[in-house]
Design a protein around this ligand. Sequence first.
Ligand SMILES: Cc1cc2nc3c(=O)[nH]c(=O)nc-3n(C[C@H](O)[C@H](O)[C@H](O)COP(=O)(O)OP(=O)(O)OC[C@H]3O[C@@H](n4cnc5c(N)ncnc54)[C@H](O)[C@@H]3O)c2cc1C
Length: 470
Amino acid sequence: MSGRPRIIVMGGGLAGIAACERLSRNPSRPFDILLLEGRPRLGGRVGSYFDPEIGREIDTGQHLFLSCYTGTLALLEALGTRSDLVFYDRLHLPLWDRERGLHPLDIPGSDNPVALASGLLQYEGLPFPSRLAFLTLSRAIPQVDNDVDHLTAYEFLQRAGQPESVIDRFWELVILSATNLPSRRVSAAILVRILKESLLKGGSHSRPGYNAVPLAELFVFPAMKLFGKRGVTVRTKTRIVGFSESQGRVTGVLTSQEELPLGRSDHLLSAVPPWAFEKIAPISLHQSPLVDQMSRLSYASPILSVNFLFTEPVHLPLITGFHQSPVHWIFNRDAMELRLVPETRSWFDWSSQAGDDFFPTQVASATVSGADDLLGLSDQELGELCLEHVKKIDPKSRASLKSVRAVRDRFATPVLGAGQSTLRPEARTAIANLWIAGDTTDTGLPATMEGAIRSGYRAAELILEAMGER
Ligand SMILES: Cc1cc2nc3c(=O)[nH]c(=O)nc-3n(C[C@H](O)[C@H](O)[C@H](O)COP(=O)(O)OP(=O)(O)OC[C@H]3O[C@@H](n4cnc5c(N)ncnc54)[C@H](O)[C@@H]3O)c2cc1C
């Protein structure tokens, strides 16, 4: 021990990584930083590994980024991997509908409100009269997100004048993908926040982006390198078993290896999910509002990611969405490795040539959000289901499956249902030197990479302030 104050960060997911990045920026800081992670690698829910069956590095789950992810962009700048994130110049997503086939949702990347309205009105996946409902939605948006927390997103959309067909054949996919919960379950406050951060700010805030390198190369290895350079001590394979509290202060952390005492100037930042926090909190806190909130938030919704290798190339857009289908998104992996984006078009170009935006690929991945119903299927059954979806987009293809690898994450995201936003803990707690970060905390955002990163940055800022370092 150096005798200097110490900040211990528990959990090396994106929230813990972002917190350590912020805390370690000042090279002459008068405190030490120790990051503890239970698994062999940092990254938490973002990671990747080489799969010999697919013959590629695959992500533990396909992740989609948005241009409104300001915290993520700041973190990647610091990690030196910002250029490995590829953004479209506009929101261009071909969406498949059982009745109307494949039509792009094409919103220009400019913040001109006329261009935004025109993009929504041109979406041919819905009959024209239904599309007019989009234009009335902004009037129903409350100033304070939590004013609609008691409603589900579905109830809110109904009150906002969205017909049943528009909810089922448009909003449901948007909500499932962004929140990992169906519209009839998730809090309306989260939908409102998503709209405020993206579409309602303008097309430039709603451009999709993807990682052109595996997630471990985007976040994990550069973070290890940066922390090495900045003198952050990282201990992986170190499970936290518990922490102790006395008279309103954390006094120690017990890991699988050792006991770490915390002095009066030390701080503990918990960046583990609520289902882990509940287990490590000391008995003295079991009756506290914090642990009560955490235990009520410690349910998770699963995500299923299916990676498949074809016998011959198929032709797919970069990213295709499927309304009212068991499989929600299919990603063209080869096009992503080549860093392709859909061709640039001006917003007044009504003559979309869909064929221009199809690219050959031998590897694809699919995502099923809120995947409770499909978790029990075998890899082969999932592969066949995904192939059916591929053939809806490339009906001439004679490709079959060469190999399939499904990644089932039962604890993918917390369940942030109606009435639960106020349960999300704030970074500052009633314990003077205990701070909380992670995608479940009170960011207002859905449980996403961006929520996790912003929460880590926020908690770090508060700790620095408490130490008089800002
Ligand atoms: C399959 C999948 C797809 C997703 N897709 C998207 C997407 O497209 N876009 C998007 O923005 N977000 C997406 N997300 C969500 C995003 O990955 C998460 O919100 C984010 O990574 C959460 O980061 P975190 O740091 O809050 O938590 P975590 O990543 O869970 O990090 C917590 C860390 O704490 C560690 N830990 C837990 N308990 C202990 C203990 N007792 N001792 C020591 N360490 C411990 C864990 O090992 C972990 O490393 C997806 C998630 C999944 C699973």
